[in-house]
Design a binder for this molecule. Structure first.
Ligand SMILES: N[C@@H](CCC(=O)N[C@@H](CS)C(=O)NCC(=O)O)C(=O)O
Length: 259
């Protein structure tokens, strides 16, 4: 068994897969791509993932792409180690429906505050032509980047994204409540917990933790998942935005003082 993970430390989609590999106890070679230098758009990588995004997991020489697909793939090949999806088809369908919701609602939404609050300066020194060429080079994110431009997403987009994030944590709260907790599917961690983890961790990291005010189950869930063994090797130093962008760390400290 040979696993090579192409990923980036701070990429939320990559964090899902790192967590899953650690949870299953699988050794892997980690290749770190620098997303702001365009490693993900180089021909060698596009041959592995034509979407030009991370992560990609190469298993015995064959690529598997898209983080949710990779989670399912690892569960399919190692169903008996740290089982993350019920074996019965109805239970499996429930987990998959949660994962779809996560990838429809909160996952795309977290990109907007992440870019506005952290990544925007990477693009601001570019000329119009350079920026347009960069947008045009992105198979998946061309229009997303063009909408952001060099001034950031407009307030209306931010408001919409925060609304979607709030709906995301409300749904997480309901899943925990309905299953009896502490996880989305009850007593055992599931693929849905892993799929939503990086969004909630990122929200906390970029000072959006107030979005689960009044939902203490979500705060407890975050504390529990941080205590699980795969969390620490997944979030090695440099995986959080506050570890790289000092202004975000300052914001977080100010909020901590205020409460
Ligand atoms: N649906 C894909 C999305 C992957 C994705 O958006 N990756 C981001 C990092 S989290 C990326 O590589 N962005 C690079 C870019 O936009 O150029 C997955 O879940 O794997």
């Amino acid at each position: 068994m040979d696993f090579v993970l192409y990923n980036a430390p701070q990429s939320t989609c990559s964090q899902r897969v790192r967590y899953m590999l650690h949870a299953k106890g699988l050794a892997f070679e980690e290749k770190k791509l620098d997303l702001f230098s365009g490693d993900q758009l180089k021909p060698d990588y596009l041959a592995i993932n034509p979407n030009g995004v991370v992560p990609a997991l190469v298993h015995d020489g064959r690529p598997v792409i898209d983080s949710a697909v990779i989670l399912e793939y690892l569960e399919d090949i190692f169903p008996d180690i740290a089982t993350m999806r019920p074996v019965d088809p109805m239970g499996a369908a429930q987990v998959r429906a949660m994962m779809r919701f996560i990838d429809e609602v909160p996952t795309p939404a977290i990109r907007i505050p992440s870019y506005n609050r952290a990544f925007l300066p990477h693009f601001q020194a570019m000329s119009d032509q350079e920026f347009q060429a960069l947008c045009d080079s992105k198979p998946l994110r061309r229009e997303f980047l063009m909408r952001m431009g060099r001034t950031g997403f407009p307030q209306a987009d931010m408001d919409e994204a925060l609304g979607r994030l709030r709906r995301g944590v409300e749904r997480l709260d309901r899943w925990i409540d309905e299953s009896g907790g502490p996880w989305t599917m009850g007593k055992a961690l599931s693929l849905a917990d892993i799929a939503v983890m990086p969004v909630v961790v990122r929200m906390d990291d970029i000072n959006l933790g107030h979005l689960w005010d009044g939902l203490p189950r979500v705060q407890s869930w975050l504390e529990y998942i941080r205590e699980t063994a795969p969390f620490r090797p997944t979030y090695y130093h440099g995986a959080l935005l506050t570890e790289k962008y000092p202004h975000l760390a300052d914001l977080k400290k100010q909020r901590a003082k205020a409460i």
